[in-house]
Structures are given as C-alpha cells and as structure tokens.
Design a protein around this ligand. Structure first.
Ligand SMILES: [Zn+2]
Length: 237
C-alpha cells in the first residue's frame, strides 16, 4: 500500500526539515520526502494548508479504562488522540482498580494493541492502590514497559516513601510524573496570591529538591496556574 501526501507544510525537528513537501509512505514507512513526488500511489492525500509533523506524544492522558469506561476507554481515547495527531499517549494509573502491578500494566498494553489506534504507554502508580502507604511494584511495572510512575490526582504525602520511589525509579531508568499538591495545606480551598501576606509555597521546589539529591527525572503534572489560582495540567520536563 502506497500513500502519497502532497503539498503539506512539513515540520520535522529531527531532520530539520521545514517547507512544502510531498511524502511517500510505503507499507507504513516513509520512503521519500521531496518537493514533487510523481510516483503512483494507491491513495493520494492533498495536505495543502495543513502541517505535516511527526506524531505527538501526550504525556498526561486519562483513559479511565479499566473500571470507569462510561467516561472513556482505550478505544475512544485512542480515536480522539489519533484525530488530533497524537500517536503516543501516556495513560494515568488512577483507574479502577489502580494500575500498581506488572500484571495490570501488561494487561492494558496487550489490550491497547488491539483496541487503540495509537501507542499506549501505561503509567504505574507510586503506591499500592494510590493509598500512600506502601510502594507499588515499581520494578515489575518498569519491566512491563512503564516509562514513568505517577500518583496522578493524588500526592504522595510521605516524603520518605517518595524518596524511596524516586531512587527505584532512577535505578530502573524511568521518570516520575509528580502531582505537586500538599493536601495538608489545601483544606478544601485553592491557592491565590495574598494582598496581605507574603506567603509562598512551591511544591515544585519540593520535588525538585529530591530530584536534585537523587538525580532522577520528574515531570510536574499539576502546578499552580500563572495567575496563582487553581491548577493547570502541563509538563515542564
Ligand atoms: Zn491527571
């Protein structure tokens, strides 16, 4: 099967290509990128006015599968990702049950191959059941293809446990996606700048501290918005 994508505005950081090019795809592989490709193809796509880029990777996705399929599934989340040009998604582990074992990671990866149009990387929880009491099987989950662990939606409110998790993550060569929220300070409210007090707390500094000491990688999944109110979900590493 040959597919010819014509007249697209190609942006490829790796090969430092930018401009209007044609792309020839043969058996799912890009075989030629040139200004005018005249090869015959089974399918021709006119990409005039469109950007043509490598697939995006979304580091923070909730597939809600297993257990909360009325919200999203491997299939619907994968369809939405593909529609937006995202070809790899990192699924958060706060499903029902929580993804906290090698076996559960393998199950999602195997199902994803059949049910999702895009690559799914399942993340594992940091603690068993995200209960914050004992560490999940981080080594096993890394073996099953977890590229990162995260307590997404929850904080690990035990610095010693978190530190151990970071050490194991570093040894396994995987990252931590940190949910930076100190729940002892939330008390049902949101953080905003104070006109009367010079109060400053930075959860990123907290995890950056361990990052500095242990030398692993963290990605801050949630942190205060630019205006200081509420939170935004975005990555900085
Ligand atoms: Zn999330």
């Amino acid at each position: 099967m040959k597919i010819l994508i014509q007249n697209g505005h190609v942006l490829d950081p790796e090969s430092k290509t930018e401009g209007i090019y044609d792309i020839l795809v043969e058996e799912k592989k890009i075989v030629k990128v040139a200004e005018h490709i005249t090869d015959a193809a089974d399918k021709v796509i006119d990409a005039k006015g469109c950007f043509v880029m490598p697939g995006f990777i979304d580091l923070h996705v909730h597939l809600r599968d297993p257990g909360l399929e009325y919200k999203e599934t491997l299939k619907t989340g994968g369809d939405a990702a593909a529609r937006g040009g995202v070809t790899t998604i990192c699924a958060m582990p706060n499903t029902k049950p929580v993804i906290d074992t090698e076996e559960k990671v393998r199950q999602v990866h195997e199902r994803a191959k059949k049910e999702s149009k895009v690559h799914v990387i399942q993340l594992g929880a940091i603690t068993v059941g995200q209960a914050g009491e004992e560490l999940a099987d981080i080594v096993g989950m890394a073996k099953a293809g977890c590229h990162a662990i995260s307590e997404d939606g929850k904080s690990v409110m035990n610095a010693s446990l978190y530190r151990k998790a970071m050490k194991i993550a570093k040894e396994q060569g995987i990252a931590i996606f940190a949910h930076c929220e100190d729940i002892t300070m939330v008390e049902g409210g949101v953080m905003k700048p104070s006109e009367t007090e010079d109060f400053h707390y930075d959860a990123q500094e907290d995890s950056a501290y361990w990052e500095g000491e242990i030398g692993g990688k963290t990605y801050h999944a949630v942190y205060p918005g630019e205006d200081g109110e509420g939170t935004v979900e975005a990555g900085n590493k």
